[in-house]
Design a protein around this ligand. Structure first.
Ligand code: NDP
Ligand code: HEM
Length: 480
């Protein structure tokens, strides 16, 4: 066996990595043992802040292949031509649990994708649900607080969750999905992914439309009941990592089919509901799924920390042909993620190998903590813009077509649209008897210990969806 030489971080050979430098065989140690100091100091800095949400995650590398031409809707290079492939990285996650949380817990799953396109990185940071709990970003930190630990008990609080949800009826759609079978997938491979928000497409002729993204699992949907999950968690807390990593190691590459829904600008103006409200889906009957391509995950990370933990996904990573819609939640996320990354990973997080675009990067940003990339304009004297030294310059041909905006600036009541019930009703109508029974008992279990007035407020919402929903939960509460 050949050994390569062990060194310090400064490259000096390490003569002894088993024994500290001590005065005599029994010590004490000498402060001048710079190799020991370096080793301990490095260990103290091994942890970085975990993600404030979606801390526990599992991911892999893969690729996206276009199978159907959608150039009528978008000029995005990654969709340009059947057969085109684009490398990507995916990270799945639970929302509320910390880094050490068990995988098989009932929660929404994150479904974050970074496509390394030839015109920069496009990140689609979605979930395994097509909707979300709130529709104004001002409510996001409060919502997350109800999912995390109580300040005094340091325990998660069912009271906080149902208090918030019952006072926030726009959450009902997502709460119903969370408490249904799909709220506890068996593995990340057995669930769909959704962009959730409405995004904007424009094509080569600058014609614009609104779009939603759906990744449908090719492995089929598989879920655990609460009882199964508690047994599984007793056996292993890492079932998602084991399943995803194991499948890819074994060559059983998971796949998803990407579909889009398209809404024209005229249809959006005439839409009965707000098409930019992330608590609503677009009914398939009105906006049919259009097949686009296939995503396959086929390579595990060689280093989990470098490639999955340091992956930094952001809804602000757009590429020409794909843009933001007026969705208020999406607008806030465009700020929030890059801000989180600068805090969690540092100013130059985009230069880390997993985040670095595969297309050239030419920026005038300068210096900063931990700058290991130097100047990124490619021309020494071009460190400001405009300049006379041939530095990188803007490309007007990539300009997004103007987006018409109207209305007075005000703190518009996001409750303006108060139809909280018809889409959850359409979902409830899809459930068979078994699914309904599990929905009722999952909700009853999740309500254990919640004060009656909060339970009653929530039951009234279930009644408004369908009397059978409310009465089913009532009966399950009596049984528990
Ligand atoms: P459709 O019957 O055309 O679509 C139903 C959708 O619901 C399909 O995407 C299906 O996904 C999904 N679905 C099926 N069974 C379940 C389940 N048990 N739990 C969660 N999702 C399920 O109806 P509509 O488009 O009119 O939507 C009706 C309701 O379906 C909506 O109110 C929404 O709650 C839910 N839904 C709608 C989606 C949409 O984009 N329109 C997307 C996902 C859910 P799959 O094909 O993977 O089984
Ligand atoms: C992670 C903020 C809504 C999906 C995060 C992170 C923040 C955040 C700060 C941690 C980022 C990091 O440290 O890497 C917000 C805000 C929201 C919002 C402010 C609303 C205004 C949503 C919605 C979705 C979503 C609607 C899905 C449609 C995700 C996912 C991750 C994440 C998947 C994990 C990404 C990864 O794997 O690294 N969010 N979020 N979030 N969020 Fe959100």
């Amino acid at each position: 066996m050949t050994w390569s030489r062990l060194t310090t971080t400064a490259g000096a050979p390490v003569a002894d990595n088993q024994n500290s430098l001590s005065a005599g065989p029994r010590g004490p140690l000498l402060l001048q043992d710079w190799r020991l100091l370096e080793k301990l100091a490095h260990q103290n800095r091994e942890r970085i802040p975990e993600r404030v949400v979606h801390a526990k995650g599992w991911g892999a590398h893969g690729q996206f292949t276009v199978t159907h031409d959608i150039s009528a809707y978008t000029c995005a290079s990654l969709f340009s031509g059947v057969g085109k492939t684009t490398p990507l990285i995916a990270r799945f996650s639970t929302v509320a649990g910390e880094l050490g949380a068990a995988d098989a817990e009932r929660d929404v799953r994150g479904f974050a994708l970074k496509f390394y396109t030839d015109e920069g990185n496009w990140d689609l940071v979605g979930n395994n649900t097509p909707v979300f709990f709130v529709r104004d970003p001002l409510k996001f930190p409060d919502f997350i607080r109800t999912q995390k630990r109580h300040p005094r008990t340091n325990l998660r609080s069912a009271t906080a969750m149902w208090d918030f949800w019952s006072l926030t009826p726009e959450s009902l759609h997502q709460v119903t999905i969370l408490m249904s079978d799909r709220g506890l997938p068996q593995t990340p491979m057995h669930m769909n992914g959704y962009g959730s928000h409405t995004y904007r497409f424009w094509n080569a002729a600058d014609e614009c439309s609104w779009v939603k993204f759906h990744f449908k699992t090719r492995q089929g949907h598989k879920h655990f009941t609460n009882e199964e999950a508690s047994y599984i968690v007793g056996q292993s807390r890492e079932t998602y990592q084991e399943a995803l990593f194991g499948a890819i190691e074994a060559g059983a590459f998971p796949r998803w089919t990407l579909f889009i829904q398209i809404m024209s600008e005229a249809q959006a103006r005439a839409c009965a509901f707000n098409p930019f409200d992330v608590t609503k889906v677009w009914p398939h009957a009105d906006f049919p799924l259009i097949e686009v391509g296939e995503m396959e995950l086929n390579r595990n990370a060689d280093n989990y920390f470098a490639e999955i933990e340091q992956a930094a996904f952001s809804p602000s990573n757009f590429v020409p042909g794909i843009g933001a819609s007026p969705d208020k939640m999406l607008q806030a996320r465009i700020f929030s993620y890059a801000d989180a990354h600068r805090y969690r990973l540092g100013t130059h997080y985009e230069s880390l190998p997993v985040n670095r675009p595969r297309s050239p990067v030419r920026v005038y940003h300068k210096d900063g903590a931990m700058n290991f990339v130097g100047q990124q304009t490619g021309v020494v004297d071009a460190y400001y813009e405009p300049n006379s030294f041939g530095g990188p310059a803007e490309s007007p041909e990539f300009r997004e077509p103007p987006m018409p905006i109207e209305g007075d600036a005000a703190h518009w009541d996001q409750r303006g649209d108060d139809d909280y019930y018809s889409q959850p009703r359409a979902l409830f109508a899809l459930f068979d008897e078994g699914e309904r029974a599990r929905l009722f008992s999952n909700i009853a279990a999740a309500m254990a210990g919640v004060p009656t007035e909060i339970v009653e407020r929530q039951l009234a919402h279930f009644d408004s969806v369908d009397p059978a929903y409310g009465s089913g939960v009532r009966a399950a509460l009596k049984r528990d």
